[in-house]
Design a protein around this ligand. Structure first.
Ligand SMILES: [Mn+2]
Length: 319
């Protein structure tokens, strides 16, 4: 049995994606085939492809196929509200169509670490549904008013069922049979004024009633583990959802990410990415060009002010 696993990877996200891939390979005995959807306008460099191939010396159970996708096919689709999600999130729509002989396929975001056996996810019964995915935990609705906005915009039948698109199992055969890819594209253009979280909104809306709910362990969102204390050991897939990523700041559970990063030929590059992000988010104002008067660090929506570069002075959270 070969497990097809799809990633959507612009070249600048190749290193994090490789970490997710290695985490899969470390924890399964199954043969895995990675399908990488790359942006035709930002293709993956030859160096990166060669580096991934080098991993075959350590893992004998994988192969890779690159599939270029034209972003222009998705023109007119509104980019998601959050700036950190890019237009190629919509590439998820075409997964069942790009490899016509696949019955089923797994999709993973690049910001995931798989610490369970990927075969377990792949083998989850979909009971005739189009996709399988994990619902957001009930705590989210009250914490993020955006959830109420989304479900009321979309008029979901069950306002408390809105799955996360970072981990999905596709019933490719059924999606192709009912031409779901086209339907999703069409509805995206039709509902573009009402969309908040891009394809995730549309998939929840169009496929409602035909989405198989998977246990939380297959897509353990960070807050689920951090704030709501679901047991981390039970999590099979950890999803660094949100704008903070282990490769752009220090954060909860980033040790897990780095443990796998070290097993890839990309660890140096990832460390550099983190350094660059830190530099980009830090501005220091000098007195007479010598004395560091004030340092401002930006972390997502929060801004930290330090006097003389080290004394914490103020914290401001933007709305
Ligand atoms: Mn994600």
């Amino acid at each position: 049995m070969e497990i097809p696993v799809f990633f959507i990877v612009p070249n600048d996200m190749f290193a994090p994606a490789a970490v997710s891939m290695v985490s899969i390979l470390e924890n399964t005995r199954s043969q895995v085939k990675f399908y990488i959807l790359e942006r035709r306008t930002l293709p993956i460099s030859r160096t990166n492809k060669a580096k991934l191939d080098d991993l075959k010396q350590r893992y004998s159970n994988f192969s890779v196929e690159y599939i270029p996708v034209d972003p222009d096919d998705f023109s007119g689709m509104i980019p998601p509200i959050s700036g950190y999600i890019t237009i190629d999130t919509y590439f998820r729509y075409i997964i069942p169509d790009v490899v016509p002989d696949l019955k089923k396929a797994v999709y993973l975001d690049v910001d995931t670490i798989v610490q369970g056996d990927i075969a377990e996810l792949y083998n989850m019964p979909l009971d005739g549904c189009y996709i399988g995915a994990v619902n957001h935990p009930k705590e989210y609705w009250d914490r993020f008013p955006l959830f109420y906005e989304i479900v009321s915009n979309l008029k979901l039948d069950n306002p408390y069922f809105y799955v996360n698109g970072g981990v999905m199992v596709f019933n490719c055969e059924k999606c192709r049979k009912d031409n779901i890819g086209n339907l999703l594209m069409e509805k995206t253009r039709q509902y573009k004024e009402k969309i908040k979280w891009a394809d995730q909104d549309i998939m929840n809306f169009v496929l409602q009633g035909k989405i198989k709910e998977l246990p939380w362990q297959f897509n353990a969102l960070l807050d689920v583990l951090r704030k709501y204390k679901y047991p981390q050991k039970e999590a099979k897939i950890i999803h660094y959802n949100g704008p903070k990523k282990p490769w752009n700041c220090s954060m909860f559970l980033d040790d897990l990410f780095w443990r796998y990063a070290k097993k890839t030929p990309f660890v140096g590059e990832l460390k550099q990415m983190k350094k660059d992000a830190k530099r980009k988010n830090t501005v220091t104002y000098y007195l007479f060009n010598v004395v560091p008067l004030m340092t401002v660090k930006t972390e997502g929506k929060r801004r930290f002010y330090y006097l003389f570069g080290c004394i914490p002075a103020m914290k401001i959270t933007q709305r």
